[in-house]
Design a binder for this molecule. Sequence first.
Ligand code: KG4
Ligand code: ZN
Length: 349
Amino acid sequence: MTGRGRVLGIETSCDETAAAVVDAGRTVVSSVVSSQVDVHSRYGGVVPELAGRAHLELALPVVTDALAGAGLDRRGRSLDGEAREAACGIDAVAATIGPGLIGALLVGVSTAKALALAWGVPFVGVNHLEGHLYAAMLEAPDLELPVVVLLVSGGHSLLVALEAPGSYKVLGATLDDAAGEAFDKVARYLGLGYPGGPEIDRLAVSGDPTSIRFPRASTEGVFDFSFSGLKTAVVNYVRAHPEVTNEDVAASFQEAVVDVLVAKTLAAAEDIRARGGCLAGGVAANSSLRARFAEAFATRGLSSYLPSREMCTDNAAMIAAAGYFQLQRSGPTPLDAGAVPDLRLHNSK
Ligand code: KG4
Ligand code: ZN
């Protein structure tokens, strides 16, 4: 890779169509995210066919916007007449190849391959989960490694030791429901809207987190999570106590989730002698989790990094950053590589 190491990233794994231009895996030049929440909210969850179709409509306009934000036209050439460069201003195109919905992933992967081929630059297929690991670094360039990243979204709950860009180790994962999934399922049971996390967060403010003692699941692997038992405990409690308020259930449920997430991340940070902990993924927007996470790390003299909501949720800047480091480490992805809906995150080599 030459020059600035300028990567165009494309993200279409679920219900956000996103594109971004990032320099050298660290500096966000432009980032555009188009959310499909409105398309799916009335169905109470993401409808795969609708997601695929919406990505198809949005991919090129979103990519064009991201390129324009970096001063480039649709061919990747400089828009500035004076400094008009003959060469393409993009050094590589990265796209999420998994995990995600197959019809959604294919839109981003095909778009990225076509652009890479047309521009004569490398294509890089990125693991979406690896992308999330770099989100905190994009906002905190002085972040000191190693850190433990707690990645909690609608589809995943992972604890990962990030030792250096491109070097990480998976410490633990969810054995059943992801943290966000637990929020969404409990919210649906309580008759709240979708997505459920923000609704529970909002209601919990006026509830008593100590009013109901929900279980904190223990798992065989010290850094693994399990949330399906907690979900069942909420359902059983509400059935047995119909007079209970949604506010108290929301606050007590949230307290149980946050207790487990914070305790395990802190224990993992101490275990690997990390300098601090990072939050990533949609659940990282939770106000109680943010407050308790920061407090717990500060008490132990460790740093905590709480990226903005935009950076925690799905975006393409994190995909471009991951693509940059992957290209440095293991080169381009062959153009005949497909999308992998059930791609897992393995330890880096
Ligand atoms: O990372 P994300 O935007 O999408 C993926 O799953 O990839 O995460 C969405 C998840 C949903 O389950 C949503 O309920 C949860 O993040 N979420 C929250 C909050 N905001 C979003 N959970 C708890 N508290 C919040 N404030
Ligand atoms: Zn995600």
